[in-house]
Design a binder for this molecule. Sequence first.
Ligand SMILES: [Zn+2]
Length: 309
Amino acid sequence: MEPPGLRDAAIAWLLERSSDGQEPLTREDIKDFTFNGERFPIQSTQNGIRKPAGFEAALSFYTVFRTPNQERPYDDDLGSDGLIRYAWRGDNPNHPENRGLRRAMELRLPVIWFVGVAMKPARFQIVAPVYVVDEEPQHKRFVVVPVENSLFLPDQLEGSAVEESMKRYLRRETKVRLHQPVFRSTVLMAYENHCAVCNLAHTQLLDAAHIVPDHDERGIASVVNGLALCKIHHAAFDQQFLGIRPDHYVEIRHDLLEEVDGPMLRHGLQELHGKPLMKLPTRRGQHPDKKLLEIAYETFRSATSAGYR
Ligand SMILES: [Zn+2]
């Protein structure tokens, strides 16, 4: 039997350890979980789904890290309805692990999803609780949502106004709890926790900036549309105070170059004009996409010529 309270304790502990799902954890980190004074493994080491011995329902599942330069990393997981899909283990619907995940759906139990964001060592973003809300046997997969399942009642959704607002809510939650943390982790790891522009190396002061904003349909949530930037350079980039040429050279808006002010303006912006980026990912496949840089640089250029907003 599942020890009462274990599932909730594991979720609370993981969220605490991961700064509410923002920081990825290694397998070693995850192994530290204890319940009633004893270590209890909450992640499978071999297979995707963990259904501990004696448990009726699965406790967690994981997805492995995929190469970050894939253009649309979520296509396999996300249907056009914005819901997440998770493949069965193998082909047999009655494999104990598939049964375990199905049972979590029937019992409406919260489940932990470990999303792989790096290898060597493997690191996982924590998305929890998630709920299994449906199964698509023809595609050999489950349907998962990252929201409280009491809010998700598929029967009520068909073609109603509720359906539209529910879908909007789901998309927003998926973005906040899945895409944004995964994007931040993969970008910061690619840049080894340095600002691309000034090399600052304090994660608390770093953001994962989108080269093309994510409200633009070209603004994909992939590392190739990302730059690790410190807070000031992120804001400067977004506000077109600072541009990055497709050949990785920094430009500062012309009017700012003539302004006279304190050390932040001088060292933090003016002196970077014409300098190359100080930090890029070691792996070429993680470098910023040239086309996306061109789009952003064009925006910078037109903002500059439009009279220095
Ligand atoms: Zn910086």
